[in-house]
Design a protein around this ligand. Structure first.
Ligand SMILES: Nc1ncnc2c1ncn2[C@@H]1O[C@H](COP(=O)(O)O)[C@@H](OP(=O)(O)O)[C@H]1O
Ligand SMILES: [Mg+2]
Length: 446
């Protein structure tokens, strides 16, 4: 068994820490002591501006008495705490990348939702026997069109290729009929993405632009147009996933989860992975390295790139009360090993099964707590598009993501995570304990 590499296990420099209670207390004390003095000085200096002085004192008074508002200001101002920058999206870098990623995921999600609610999803089997739908091809074309328009020099690693479309004219035209009508409701946002794709040939060409071998150099986008295709077909959870890596490090991540509840505080229930046919769901998760993660309702319009709700993982003081997530597919993650790990940790609640990177998003916002992906096959290599966005979103929410050996996921090797086995994602404070038990249970296989 290889031991965890210490430098890889350091907490993300950007784990979010909301304004700390002590810094908040400090500011409240200062304001409390100086409030009368400020008011006195202002009224002596500007006797004619009584109303302004009164409003100012009212504002300061509210700050002193409303810690929530105070801490939100602290988060935004980076005041008093060296940790506060993480909880805001005040971006000094990657602002455009985040904006385009969010809009591209929103637009592709409109397409996937349309297919999701139709009976016939145009399913074909790929060579590896995994299914792909017209939604996968269409969403990939739309996302790549947006990336090519904005960042023409960037490489792209995307899951699908157009070979099947080239041999099936019907399939190709069905996808084009779908793609050509999809647009955001906001004209300016649509223009930012470069507007509609020109024609069917351009669409096919775009799909194949996702054939980069990946690697450790330069800017590379990873796209999974529909992650959890089996969940998508079953009527369960799925995710539209996009991440930017620079020199092998994930810098920006966006996850569109059209079937997750918008409310971040809704705890996961065991039924979340099935029969998600109600409208009114949909959440967009995003993160920028060093700036925390956030969520917002998955919309169809333009968006304020820095707005959204900061999210964080749930603090767990008692691991027996933790909530596990795992794949629905027993072929993707070993249900038996997961059950043995739960038992050893004293967890009695059944793990919540759901498809796709919606698992990463769910634990990042504290709806669930721990996501384990336990290898079933000795030879399977995880794909970078199945993890890049989720890995960043969880780490930026106060979590740690490693493989079962305790190594951080390495996105710099190519299209697969060839240097890793499985996934262990958990809040930073308990990750070590969870990993220990994972290794104990899997010891015979490691
Ligand atoms: N044997 C295997 N082990 C682990 N993951 C696998 C696998 N076979 C396929 N997958 C991946 O599992 C992903 C779905 O993950 P989950 O089980 O968490 O929903 C699939 O993504 P797609 O649905 O995009 O093809 C696919 O890439
Ligand atoms: Mg996938």
């Amino acid at each position: 068994m290889s031991s965890p590499s210490p430098h890889k296990l350091l907490p993300s420099a950007c784990s979010p820490s909301p304004a700390s209670p002590s810094s908040s207390r400090k500011l409240r004390l200062i304001l409390f002591l100086f409030l009368p003095a400020i008011v006195l000085i202002l009224s002596l200096l500007f006797p004619s501006t009584g109303a302004a002085t009164a409003s100012l004192s009212l504002f300061i008074g509210r700050l002193v008495h409303q810690p929530g508002q105070l801490s939100s200001i602290l988060r935004q101002t980076r005041f008093f705490s060296q940790h506060t920058p993480a909880a805001t999206m005040r971006l000094d870098k990657y602002e455009k990348e985040l904006q385009i990623a969010q809009l591209a995921v929103q637009r592709a999600s409109i397409l996937t939702k349309r297919v999701f609610h139709e009976k016939a999803k145009g399913t074909v089997d790929k060579n590896d026997k995994s299914p792909v739908t017209i939604g996968d091809f269409g969403a990939q074309a739309l996302i790549i069109a947006a990336l090519q328009h904005n960042f023409p020099g960037d490489a792209i690693v995307a899951e699908e290729e157009s070979a099947k479309l080239k041999e099936d004219a019907n399939l190709k035209s069905t996808i084009w009929d779908l793609v050509k009508d999809i647009k955001l409701d906001d004209a300016a946002a649509e223009e930012l993405l470069g507007g509609p794709i020109k024609d069917v040939d351009a669409m096919v060409e775009l799909i194949d632009k996702g054939n980069s071998p990946g690697g450790s150099q330069g800017r590379i986008w990873a796209i999974d147009p529909i992650d959890g295709t089996k969940g998508f077909l079953r009527g369960g959870q799925y995710a539209v996933c996009l991440a930017l890596m620079v020199d092998g490090d994930v810098k920006v991540g966006a996850l569109g989860c059209p079937n997750l509840p918008i409310d971040d505080s809704a705890r996961l229930t065991t039924g979340i992975g099935e029969n998600q046919t109600d409208e009114g769901h949909g959440v967009l998760f995003s993160a920028v390295q060093g700036h925390g993660a956030m969520s917002r309702a998955l919309a169809t319009v333009n968006l304020d790139v820095e707005a959204g709700t900061p999210i964080s993982m749930r603090a767990i003081d008692d691991l027996t009360k933790a909530n596990f997530c795992e794949s629905v597919e027993a072929g993707h993650s070993s249900h038996g090993d997961q059950a043995a790990i739960s038992q050893k940790l004293g967890i009695t609640a059944p793990s919540v099964r759901m498809d796709s990177q919606a698992k990463y998003g769910s634990i990042a916002r504290g709806a669930g707590d721990i996501y384990l992906r336990l290898p079933v096959s000795a030879t399977y290599q995880e794909k970078i598009w199945d993890h890049a966005a989720g890995d960043l979103i969880v780490r930026e929410s106060g979590g740690q993501v490693t493989d079962i050996h305790g190594k951080r996921l390495d996105f710099s090797i190519g299209r697969t995570l060839a240097g890793n086995k499985g996934v262990v994602a958990a809040p930073l404070a308990v990750h070590g304990k969870v990993l220990e038990v994972v290794q104990e249970v899997l010891s015979a296989k490691l």
